[in-house]
Design a protein around this ligand. Sequence first.
Ligand code: UDP
Length: 252
Amino acid sequence: MARRKKIYEGKAKILYEGPEPGTIVQYFKDDATAFNAQKKDVIEGKGVLNNRLSEFFMVGLADVGVPTHFLRRLNMREQLVRACEIIPLEIIVRNFAAGSMSQRLGIEEGTRLPRPIVEYCFKDDSLGDPLVSEEHILAFNWATQQDLDDIIHLALRVNDFLSGVMRGVGIRLVDFKIEVGRVYEGDFQRLVVADEISPDSCRLWDIETGEKLDKDVFRRDLGNLTDAYTEVAKRLGVLPKTNGPAKPRLIN
Ligand code: UDP
């Protein structure tokens, strides 16, 4: 097989040129990083789980009419996506206070917010992805006012969908991060949900016990990350629910 051209390697994924123009292959690695990559490890099976979970969420979003970059899963670790121009923002939606918001505003983790709150961080690892306001985004031309209106609309639709899906399997969606990209169709452009949606980019707490089922397990040394992600996948029916071997067994 001809060697594929690597386009970009990030902390958790590698992007390769896709088989057709306008497509990209996303390869999910087992690498886990936290605190702007100051903490690092390789978590066996994480990439396989995130590939499947992200597929599950992206397909579900498309089903309810939310556009995404996802085209199809190729194999255990790879999916084909539409090439898009990523807007250099991390879009965070919070339903309950946690993490950096709790620290910044002194609100106890787990406090329900009066309504979903959307925040933006400028995507720049060297700066630690700083929180920015709409003023920064517009003044520095990272996105237009129309883009921001579309981004908020997309983010809140993703929030409603993910919150509902999670609630159905006894999981609270505390917060999550998405990235949004531009795709061009003739003379028109539109925004789509891009990157990934997985327990790496969400906070997921068991509704009954409060157990954390997301990357905080790694960030805060709370146990085995693969077990937590496997639990999410099993509840969602992405993995068989039977007590099989500890390692993820994938159904097609
Ligand atoms: N998040 C992410 N990537 C980042 C920063 C945050 O996926 O680079 C997610 C994180 O997993 C959580 C939400 O965005 O679900 C809010 O994160 P927060 O701002 O609280 O940052 P943290 O406490 O994780 O540093």
